[in-house]
Design a protein around this ligand. Structure first.
Ligand code: COA
Length: 167
């Protein structure tokens, strides 16, 4: 596993770096909910990106934990852990990495870090949801030997954090 990949809990300084990384190296629809209007990183979309993370992670009552993905000294993406309602005591993982850093093992290292963080936070399982076309996520999950559930365009998986062997 790559040793130069770390996760740092998001704060206002890292949030600005994260926006810069997203604008330079990712499409809006890869990193944030849809915003109406012209394509690309418009002023409205940049503002919405900041508002999204402030409301979800940096507010007085955050609904999820967000981490800047750092390679060396550079912020290259974001990873999120979103606690789910229900009996499983589960948390959903979300990740995006800038285009220029994809396909070189960063995602794999991030998933390992998220497993440790989720387990440390006391969760019993980690949920991942993606689309059938997202081969990279499916390969990440396949490497963990978890069952992938396919329904239409959706692919989901539950990673058991209590059983030995993951992370
Ligand atoms: C999905 C994502 C997080 C994966 O991170 P990554 O750093 O590119 O992944 P890695 O380099 O660790 O590769 C993980 C596996 O996927 C494979 N892979 C990576 N990119 C791939 C691609 N474009 N097509 C097919 N396989 C790919 C790698 O070969 C590796 O498989 P292997 O271990 O069997 O060789 C990243 O590509 C990304 O941010 N994509 C855009 C946003 C996104 O899709 N987020 C996930 C939403 S659920």
């Amino acid at each position: 596993m790559r040793s130069d990949v770390t996760l740092r809990r998001l704060d206002e300084v890292l949030l600005q770096d994260l926006l810069d990384a997203a604008v330079v190296d990712a499409d809006p629809d890869e990193v944030m909910p849809p915003v109406a209007g012209a394509a690309g990183w418009t002023g409205e979309r940049r503002t919405a990106f900041l508002r999204f993370h402030r409301s979800r992670s940096l507010s007085a009552e955050p609904v999820e934990s967000t981490y800047a993905i750092v390679v060396g000294d550079a912020v290259v993406g974001a990873a999120r852990l979103y606690p789910l309602e229900g009996p499983r005591h589960a948390v959903e993982a979300g990740v995006w990495i800038g285009r220029s850093h994809r396909g070189s093992g960063v995602g794999s290292a991030v998933l390992r870090h998220l497993l440790v963080l989720a387990r440390t936070d006391g969760f019993d399982s980690l949920f991942v949801s993606t689309t059938s076309g997202n081969t990279a996520v499916q390969r990440l999950l396949a490497a963990m030997d978890v069952d992938l559930v396919r329904e239409g365009d959706s692919v989901t998986a539950w990673v058991d954090l209590v059983a030995a062997g993951h992370g």
